[in-house]
Design a protein around this ligand. Structure first.
Ligand SMILES: [Fe+2]
Length: 283
């Protein structure tokens, strides 16, 4: 598939490591190959690339449109309130498997992280290739899941991370959007992936126990080691993941240590529910 860009598999099913340098990344000459790798392998890791924030954003721009409307072009992933006064208080939710922005109809396409401060233990980021997890399901299960729809709400995600919330937290979460997404994402490419996330609250047409059982069983399936890449961070790592074909979480780490990664996010253009595309075309 890729020709000019040196890359190797990190695991058989998920993740590629790319050999390149800063001027090449900034020049964007391999952008199409990087996007193709993201599509196929869900995660691309690049080692030994020291970037400042402006360079990180410039690299991201070679791959797509940078999201800046919510938190700016650089979001600091950290518990350190000096660096992230608002987000630090909810950072614990990243310890649980999720797809970013299930509160939207069209989620973000991809995100890029650079490591600035790391912890001596914990803090590895784990990624599931949700295409591979779907593809390995038995055919009869694929058929059963094809039309299943799942209700997502960030309140559910936050309740998992903060099981003993304050009244103030509960009141804030109650107003977060509730979305219903297909369990199987029928991508425009013709490939399918699983939409699983800590925001999944219930399954349409199933009672709570039945829905929880299905979602729990699929989460256990998708997070089998064969579908997971665990990134052991080093300073000057740059990691990009395809949010439309991956779930991710971070392994727990000491929140007082000041771990900090800088994130740049690319705007998505594919809705979870691509049947709306068809409706549009037919209309
Ligand atoms: Fe995330």
């Amino acid at each position: 598939m890729t020709t000019g860009l040196a890359h190797a598999d990190l695991t058989p099913r998920v993740g590629s490591v790319v050999e390149t340098d800063l001027p090449t990344l900034l020049g964007g000459e391999h952008a199409a190959e990087l996007r193709a790798l993201l599509e196929e392998r869900s995660v691309v890791a690049i080692r030994g690339i020291e970037v400042d924030d402006a360079q990180q954003v410039d690299i991201a721009r070679t791959l797509g449109d940078v999201e800046s409307s919510v938190v700016g072009e650089i979001y600091k992933v950290t518990f350190d309130r000096e660096h992230n006064p608002v987000g630090a208080s909810i950072n614990r939710a990243t310890f649980f498997w999720h797809i970013d922005r299930t509160d939207l109809d069209v989620p973000t396409f991809a995100s890029m992280l650079s490591a600035k401060v790391l912890t001596p233990s914990g803090g590895q980021t784990e990624f599931v290739n949700t295409y591979a997890a779907y593809e390995d399901l038995p055919d009869d299960e694929k058929e059963r899941l094809d039309d299943v729809r799942v209700v997502h709400c960030m309140e559910t995600a936050f309740l998992e991370a903060f099981p003993d919330p304050s009244e103030k937290q509960l009141a804030a979460w109650k107003h977060m959007p509730v979305k219903t997404h297909p369990l199987v994402w029928h991508h425009r490419s013709g490939r399918n992936s699983l939409v699983l996330s800590n925001s999944a609250r219930s399954v349409v047409g199933m009672d709570d126990d039945e829905g929880r059982e299905l979602l729990g069983r699929l989460l256990a399936w998708a997070t089998q080691p064969k579908f997971v890449y665990v990134h052991e961070w080093e300073i000057n790592d740059l990691v990009i993941w395809n949010n439309t074909g991956a779930m991710h979480r971070v392994r727990a780490y000491d929140p007082d240590y000041g771990r900090r990664l800088h994130r740049t996010t690319l705007i998505g253009d594919e809705p979870f529910d691509t049947s709306q595309d068809n409706d549009d075309r037919q209309g």
